[in-house]
Design a protein around this ligand. Structure first.
Ligand SMILES: Nc1ncnc2c1ncn2[C@@H]1O[C@H](COP(=O)(O)O)[C@@H](OP(=O)(O)O)[C@H]1O
Ligand SMILES: [Mg+2]
Length: 252
């Protein structure tokens, strides 16, 4: 089985584990905060077991495990977020996902994002987007439903924008890859596991991916904090990066 097939299989299976757990939680009258903890843990245990069994020599960087830093001297590192959109998962919504990415010798080579609430799975493989035929309608930008970045609010002074609030970084990135929105912008804080698999999926579909200043997104860094990103249709890259470059944010 190839790395990408394996990533797809474990992301999808972990999604099934999470759906089952949530169904059982209802009958056990679990609270939302108990379900958040149980979901993170169940998916982490499942993904970790499958990765260690199949790739004992690889390193793993996970939101839900201690970073042992062996990854800094390994040329194969799995970057996983067992449950992205934990809040939305616990609220019974569909906008949560499972991320499995593989970083190899300096770059992301595989990404799988399972969207169990939609029964969909997006993997990195070459599938260019269709041409944009959007006439004059506003640019649709996916943003966090609970912490929309200030820079996106400011963007509406420069461009005709419709905000589309959603939970989960992977769900928003996949909304761009699925053609539901034109862009996903995040700023203000995130970690490598929040974006690695979605960025690999988006890049393989010939979408633009970068930091919001246009610089490259770099993974398997000693400090995995990666606070902002832009994923968009390539024809919007210049307009969005240009507008963001002209925005000065107020700091309080
Ligand atoms: N300011 C911030 N600092 C750290 N992580 C953030 C963040 N804003 C968003 N994230 C993380 O990015 C993911 C998507 O967030 P959002 O739904 O708000 O867009 C969430 O991952 P998890 O659900 O895996 O914790 C969330 O924790
Ligand atoms: Mg996350």
């Amino acid at each position: 089985m190839s790395d990408v097939q394996f990533a797809a299989e474990i992301a999808k299976e972990s999604g099934r584990v999470l759906l089952q757990l949530r169904a059982q939680a209802r009958s056990k009258a679990m609270t939302e905060s108990e379900l958040k903890v149980a979901g993170d843990r169940a998916s982490q245990e499942f993904l970790n077991r499958r990765l260690v069994e199949s790739y004992p020599d690889d390193s793993i960087l996970s939101e839900e495990a201690t970073d042992d830093l062996t990854r800094l001297s390994n040329d194969r590192v799995w970057i996983i977020d067992p449950l992205d959109g934990t809040r939305e998962y616990s609220e019974g919504r569909d906008d949560w996902v499972v991320h499995v990415a593989l970083w190899k010798s300096g770059q992301l080579v595989v990404g799988a994002v399972a969207l169990p609430g939609l029964d969909e799975l997006l993997v990195s493989r070459s599938e260019p987007m269709g041409a944009l035929n959007r006439g004059m309608r506003p640019v649709r930008i996916a943003v966090s439903r609970t912490r929309p970045p200030q820079i996106v609010a400011e963007l509406s002074n420069h461009l005709d924008i419709e905000f589309v609030p959603m939970g989960s970084a992977g769900f928003k990135a996949c909304a761009v890859a699925r053609g539901e929105v034109d862009a996903y912008i995040h700023a203000g804080g995130q970690y490598e596991w929040d974006s690695a698999a979605p960025v690999a999926v988006a890049a393989s579909r010939d979408l633009h991916v970068s930091r919001i200043d246009g610089s490259p997104l770099e993974y398997n860094q000693e400090n995995p904090y990666l606070p902002d990103l832009l994923i968009c249709r390539k024809e919007l890259r210049a307009a969005l990066l240009g507008a963001m470059a002209g925005i000065t944010l107020q700091t309080t």
